[in-house]
Design a binder for this molecule. Structure first.
Ligand code: GLC
Ligand code: MG
Length: 534
C-alpha cells in the first residue's frame, strides 16, 4: 500500500474554467496556482488538468498542435514549472492529460503528412484511398457525428478522424510515431509530473483492414450518430494492449508515476486494460456510476460485479462526473449529490472528484448563443450539452463569482451568488464542508483506503455496505431517495458510532437496530469493536 494513488483522491480541473488570472474570461495556470491552498485545504491528493497544451481549441485543447508547449491562453512554460513546483510544495501530485489518439490538423506533423503522399510523415496518420465510388473508405462514424473520414483534395486520399475533422487520428502502428509520442511522455516526466490521464486510450489502434463496422440493432433515432454502428473494428483492438504496455514501461522507468486510461467499455472489456499481468494502465477509469440508474439495487449489483471482475492486482477506481458528462448534482439533485459523494468517497478504490462538485453545482442552462462545444454544433439534438458541465468555478459573491475580471467564456450557474466557495466556507453544513469532512475521514482511516468491500444489503431505496480491515469495520448506509425510510442495521452498526451524516440536521440521535433514514440521508458508521450477537 505504498503507492500514493491507491490511498489518494484525484481532483479534475478543467483549466478554462477554474480560475482566470489575466481577465480574458478564460481560466489559466496562474489562476490554478492561486488556488493551490484551496485544493490542499480541500484534502485532495492529486490534481489532473485537462489539456493545457498549444491548441487551436477546436475541441478546447483536445486538439493539440504542440505536445511540448503550453497554450498562451493558459500561460507559458515558466508558469507551468511554477505550478508544478508549488503543487508539490503543497503536497499535491500533478497529472496531465495525454491525448495520443489524434493531434490538431494544425500540428506540424499533420501539415507535413498531408503535404504529399510520399512525405516521410504520411504514415504517421491514417490515410486511405477513396472507395470505388469516390466516397469514404468505410462506414466509420465520427464520435461527434457524421463521417469519420475527410477527403484531402490535393492528395486524393481520405484521412481518418474519430472526432472532429480538425482532429486527425495518429497511426500508432507506425514505429517512428510511437517513439515520438513516448518521448513526449518522457519530456513531461523529466519535468516531474506525476502521471497522465490518457485520452480515449481504447481508440489508439484500429483494424488494419479497415473493415466496415456492423450496424447496431438497438439504435434508436435521437441517439448520437456514432451509435448507429457497433465500434467493432474502429476501437478496442487487441494490439492496443501492446501500445499501452509500452507507455506503461516508460511510466515505470520513473518512480511512483501513475497512468490512467479513459475507457468507455463494458466491464469485462474494461478489465483487459489492466493488462494480463499488470502491464496495462494502473487505473482504467471506471465510469459505471455515471452510466447506472441511480437506484440501490442497480448500484449494489454494479459494485459487486466490478469488484468480482477486477484482476488480482487490479486496483479499483470510481468517477461520478467529468467534463464530458452531466454533473452529479445535475443528475440527482443537490441533496442526493451528498449521498453520491459519500458513496464515491467511501467505496474501495481511488476516487476522482470533478471541480465544482464539492459545491454541488447543478444543471447550468446555456443559452443557444453561448454554446461553445463543437459537438453541439454538429449534433444539436443528440449531443448532451457538455458546456453545461464546464462552467466556471464559483469562488465568491463578487462579480463573475471571483472567477474572472470579465465575462467568463461560459455562463455561471444561476445560483452562483449563494453557491460559491466563500459562502460555503462560512457554513458548517455546506456541501463543501461535508466533502471536506469525507475527504478528511478517508485520509485518516486505513479502513476506507485499504479495507475490503462487502455489500450488506440493498433494500428499497437503501444501499448498505461495509469496509473491513483487520477486524475493524466502517459501515455506510445510503438512502438513494428523497423519501424517508426505515432501515434495520446489523448489530455491529446498531451499536456503533456515527461518524458523518449526509444530512446533519436529520441525523438519528442514536443508532439502534431500527433507524429512520431521512430522505437523501447517508450515514458513515464506525462499527462497535466486539462481536455483538443479535
Ligand atoms: C475525450 C475527452 C473529450 C474529447 C474527446 C476527443 O473523450 O474527454 O472531452 O472531446 O476525447 O479528444
Ligand atoms: Mg485567463
Amino acid at each position: 500500500m505504498s503507492k500514493w494513488w491507491r490511498h489518494g483522491t484525484i481532483y479534475q480541473i478543467y483549466p478554462r474554467s477554474f480560475q482566470d488570472s489575466d481577465g480574458d474570461g478564460i481560466g489559466d495556470l496562474r489562476g490554478i496556482r492561486r488556488r493551490i491552498p484551496y485544493l490542499a485545504g480541500l484534502g485532495v491528493n492529486a490534481i489532473w488538468l485537462s489539456p493545457i497544451f498549444q491548441s487551436p481549441m477546436a475541441d478546447f485543447g483536445y486538439d493539440i498542435s504542440d505536445y511540448r508547449a503550453i497554450d498562451p491562453i493558459f500561460g507559458d512554460m515558466a508558469d507551468f514549472d511554477r505550478l508544478l513546483e508549488e503543487a508539490h510544495d503543497a503536497g499535491l501530485k500533478l497529472l496531465l492529460d495525454f491525448v495520443p489518439n489524434h493531434t490538431s490538423d494544425q500540428h506540424a506533423w499533420f501539415l507535413e503528412s498531408r503535404s504529399s503522399r510520399d512525405n516521410p510523415k504520411r504514415d504517421w496518420y491514417i490515410w486511405c484511398d477513396p472507395a470505388p465510388d469516390g466516397g469514404p473508405p468505410n462506414n466509420w462514424i465520427s464520435n461527434f457525428g457524421g463521417p469519420a473520414w475527410t477527403l484531402d483534395e490535393a492528395t486524393g486520399q481520405y484521412y481518418y478522424h474519430a472526432f472532429l475533422k480538425q482532429q486527425p487520428d495518429l497511426n500508432w502502428r507506425n514505429p517512428e510515431l510511437r517513439r515520438a509520442m513516448l518521448d513526449t511522455l518522457r519530456f513531461w516526466l523529466d519535468k516531474g509530473v506525476d502521471g497522465f490521464r490518457v485520452d480515449v486510450i481504447w481508440h489508439l489502434i484500429k483494424d488494419d483492414k479497415f473493415r466496415d463496422n456492423p450496424p447496431n440493432p438497438f439504435y434508436r433515432p435521437g441517439q448520437p450518430d456514432i451509435d448507429r454502428n457497433l465500434q467493432v473494428h474502429s476501437a478496442d483492438q487487441e494490439e492496443v494492449h501492446e501500445v499501452i504496455a509500452e507507455m506503461r514501461s516508460v511510466i515505470d522507468s520513473y518512480p511512483e508515476r501513475l497512468l490512467i486510461g479513459e475507457i468507455y467499455l463494458p466491464v469485462e472489456k474494461l478489465m483487459t486494460y489492466y493488462g494480463r499481468s499488470g502491464e496495462g494502465v494502473h487505473l482504467p477509469f471506471n465510469f459505471q456510476l455515471i452510466q447506472s440508474p441511480w437506484q440501490a439495487d442497480a448500484l449494489a449489483k454494479l459494485i459487486d460485479d466490478y469488484e468480482a471482475a477486477l484482476p488480482e492486482d487490479g486496483w479499483p477506481n470510481w468517477v461520478l462526473s467529468n467534463h464530458d458528462q452531466p454533473r452529479i448534482a445535475a443528475r440527482v439533485g443537490a441533496a442526493q449529490a451528498r449521498v453520491a459523494t459519500m458513496l464515491l468517497l467511501t467505496l474501495r478504490g481511488t476516487p476522482t472528484l470533478y471541480y465544482g462538485d464539492e459545491l454541488a453545482i447543478g444543471k447550468v442552462e446555456i443559452p443557444p448563443e453561448r454554446i461553445r462545444d463543437p459537438w453541439a454544433a454538429n449534433e444539436p439534438s443528440a449531443a448532451f450539452l457538455r458546456d453545461s458541465s464546464r462552467t466556471p468555478m464559483q469562488w465568491d459573491g463578487s462579480e463573475h463569482a471571483g472567477f474572472s475580471q470579465s465575462e467568463p467564456w461560459l455562463p455561471l450557474s444561476g445560483d452562483w451568488q449563494q453557491r460559491n466557495v466563500d459562502a460555503a466556507a462560512a457554513d458548517s453544513d455546506s456541501m463543501l464542508a461535508f466533502t471536506r469532512k469525507l475527504l478528511e475521514l478517508r485520509q485518516k482511516e486505513d479502513i476506507l483506503q485499504e479495507g475490503s468491500y462487502s455489500l450488506l444489503f440493498s433494500r428499497g431505496s437503501v444501499l448498505a455496505f461495509e469496509r473491513k480491515l483487520e477486524g475493524e469495520v466502517i459501515g455506510v448506509v445510503l438512502n438513494l431517495s428523497a423519501e424517508p425510510t426505515e432501515v434495520d442495521l446489523p448489530p455491529q452498526l446498531a451499536a456503533g458510532k456515527l461518524l458523518i451524516a449526509a444530512q446533519d440536521a436529520d441525523a438519528p440521535q442514536e443508532l439502534a437496530r431500527t433507524v429512520t433514514l431521512a430522505g437523501d440521508q447517508g450515514l458513515v458508521i464506525r462499527a462497535a469493536k466486539e462481536e455483538i450477537r443479535s
